[in-house]
Design a protein around this ligand. Sequence first.
Ligand code: PBG
Length: 338
Amino acid sequence: MNSQIFSPSYPESRMRRLRKGDFILRMLTESNLSTNNLIFPLFIVEGNGVKEEVSSMPGIYVYSIDEILYVAEKCIDLGIPTIALFPVIDSTLKTNNGIESINANGLIPRTVIEIKKRFPELGIMTDIALDPYTIHGQDGILDDSGYVLNDETIEMLTKQSLLHASAGVDIVAPSDMMDGRIGIIRQKLESNEYKNTIIMAYSAKYSSAFYGPFRDAIRSSNNLKKGNKNSYQINPSNINEAIREAAADITEGADMLIVKPGIPYLDVLTKIKEKFRVPTFAYQVSGEYSMIKAASLNGWIRNDEIILESLICFRRAGADGILTYFALEAAELLRKNN
Ligand code: PBG
């Protein structure tokens, strides 16, 4: 495109004319953020009356089931359509193969049932992966050399997906990055009458240090120790793989995709959205939350403005929505600003 045609030079063109005041700024706003775009990730633990702050995520708590019901109600009040549940599993229940992940009476199925009983209209999404349940903190089952076994892991993930679907989950979100898992999970959901269970695939999940505070929250940091997830999550320097992962997941039956982490990976988000045009979500992950929170608690940046700015950037880059620990705060700000 020849930019001369569209942009005469100064003084015929003064870009600042269109930034002259609030009325014109509002008229020309290209991207919008609404509470409809937000998914709130929540940490859940056994017990009663538990509301414990995650030390590396000020303002974010681990809740017991009774306490999470208040949060669920708040989400509904604020217009947040969906929550994403992550379990904090007691260390005595962690094993080599993460078998607790398919316990029908486990923490996640019980939480889902309780929330759905009170608030059937609230969308619930659950993570499909083994890391909260394994003693080594990896997302799958290991062989003797410590390598994560693909196909054996998928068997467990498929059972986990069916269990969550039977508990009433609306969206299952495999975050494990095993090859071929979406196809097998979709096939099993279909043949078990869970035809409308949505699959939101973590297609472009990078092997990222931005997940640190999340691993503290679900208490898997001590399990993972110095280990990493490089044999299944994507190398941060690569984008071709992310596009191939997205293509594979869509072909296998994913309804929606996630790109993760968020802000540092907006280029990946934009590429995938432009290429496939399927609902594509960004995950503003724990480390991103902690960096913003730490700086704003120190008075180094303006909390409210940074939250809204970071979220609108996801929308501008093409995200249909954002999983963000700021969901409650952002929804309150959006309500106040309207
Ligand atoms: C694990 C999982 C992780 C996150 C969501 N699901 C961490 C990991 O892969 O180690 C990270 C979320 C966050 O950092 O906020 N299946």
